[in-house]
Design a protein around this ligand. Structure first.
Ligand SMILES: [Zn+2]
Length: 204
């Protein structure tokens, strides 16, 4: 059983998630684009050492800017898609206009990789288009979609390394999944796969 908690961070109100494997209390942070006092509190109550991973759906600054801060706090491993590795080091790619020291991820993720968080398995799914190395994280009933698909919309594909055709394929890939996942996007409210299917399938 997985617990999902949402914290709004940074000027773009990015959804940063803390996911906790209920039985073992092992946790991962998804997309720490800013600092949240509430998230910090939750981390302290869990025990910093229980946060094993910092997962990044993609490398835009509003999803990664405080990754190293949370790594320092917890000792968690930084993980990002292998094709996104440059984003953490390059402001032209991550679009950060405020201070953010370049950093390297500890683990570069491949399509279909499985990450074990306590007893929970998290699957990595490549979904390029918004950026070249963006991924979704899928676990139990949940799909963390970053800026690929959001409630009633899809992410931009006109930014550096963005690509409309890749985006189209990625959206198809997500909507083609058989389970009616709860989608937790990078911005805005959660949605479900079925709701998005009803909206988009006829248009792509
Ligand atoms: Zn983005």
């Amino acid at each position: 059983m997985l617990i999902v908690e949402n914290f709004k961070v940074g000027p773009l109100e990015t959804n940063c998630y803390l996911i906790i494997d209920k039985k073992t209390q092992k946790a991962a942070i998804i997309d720490p684009g800013g600092i949240s006092a509430e998230l910090d509190k939750k981390i302290y109550s869990l025990g910093e050492e229980n946060v094993n991973y910092i997962l990044m759906t993609h490398g835009h600054f509003d999803h990664i800017r405080k990754a190293t801060r949370y790594k320092k706090l917890t000792g968690a491993k930084l993980m990002i898609g292998v094709n996104e590795a440059e984003f953490t080091k390059n402001k032209k790619l991550n679009l950060c206009r405020i201070p953010m020291p370049p950093f390297e991820a500890d683990v570069l993720l491949n399509d279909n990789d499985i990450i074990s968080l306590g007893e929970t398995k998290i699957k990595v799914m490549y979904t390029p288009g918004h950026t070249v190395g963006g991924v979704c994280f899928i676990t139990e009933d949940f799909l963390f979609s970053g800026d690929t698909i959001m409630n009633g919309s899809i992410g931009r594909y006109d930014l550096e390394t963005g690509d409309f055709n890749q985006m189209r394929e990625s959206i198809k890939k997500i909507l083609g999944l058989s389970k009616n996942y709860i989608i937790y996007p990078g911005h805005g409210d959660p949605t479900t796969l079925q709701e998005e299917k009803n909206l988009y399938l006829k248009n792509i």
